[in-house]
Design a protein around this ligand. Structure first.
Ligand code: CA
Length: 225
């Protein structure tokens, strides 16, 4: 796995490089936003660690530019304490997860592994999925059934992707929060239930008696294709 670290503070950059190499990752690094963007677009990376406050181009602008250029690799943003409100900006700019400095290396490594896993699952799935009489198009973000087309929100699409990677198996509510919302998710497991209700309305012919998006009492949800 190849990782790119974009961080201007030398001690932090060195520590990250050293830790990640020791974990077996192949690592490149950049010390400012412009060099970082250039590197991110010219070589293939599986994940980017991106500092927010950077000379040249800040992390948000860099992330947006990356997505505009069609680069879809996961981005984990690193930000200083006190910028927690910026979390939303980071996620809006196309970052996948957020970590607040100072963080433990153990947590950083766990987040990296989770993001890589998530990305791998998403890539292994076909862009179009048929479930019962419904047709889900992940590329267009739509779900159509009986001649009606509905728009899928990012979260709904994430829930379906996760269920579809393990058809017939139960996925716990906490797993949805981890994978779809990210590690430091604020929403409660009730949120997952609400999204399932809205998904059933789009997916199921009779949402009150679902045949595909099944509740597993006390455990979570299951997809029966
Ligand atoms: Ca910085």
């Amino acid at each position: 796995m190849r990782l790119l670290i974009i961080e201007d503070e030398l001690p932090m950059r060195s520590a990250l490089v050293e830790t990640l190499i020791a974990e077996g990752y192949r690592v490149r690094s950049a010390a400012d936003g412009i060099a970082g963007l250039e590197l991110a677009c010219s070589e293939a990376f599986d994940l980017i660690l991106l500092d927010v406050m950077l000379p040249g181009l800040d992390g948000y602008a860099l992330c947006r530019a990356l997505r505009q250029r069609g680069r879809r690799m996961p981005v984990l943003m690193l930000t200083a304490k006190g910028q927690v409100d910026d979390r939303v900006d980071g996620l809006d700019s196309g970052a996948d997860d957020y970590l607040i400095k100072p963080f433990s290396l153990k947590e950083l490594l766990a987040r990296i592994r989770a993001l890589l896993r998530r990305h791998e699952h998403a890539q292994a799935l076909p862009e179009v999925l048929e479930i019962g009489s419904a047709r889900i198009d992940f590329r267009r973000g739509t779900i159509s059934r009986d001649g009606e087309e509905h728009v899928l929100s990012d979260k709904e699409a994430g829930i379906l992707r996760l269920l579809a990677t393990t058809p017939g198996e139960t996925v716990a509510r906490e797993q949805f929060l981890d994978v779809v919302w990210g590690y430091n998710a604020f929403p409660s497991t009730r949120t997952v239930d609400n999204f399932i209700v809205s998904l059933r309305a789009k997916l199921e012919a009779a949402p009150a008696t679902p045949r595909h998006l099944i509740t597993v009492r006390g455990a979570g949800y299951r997809l029966d294709p």
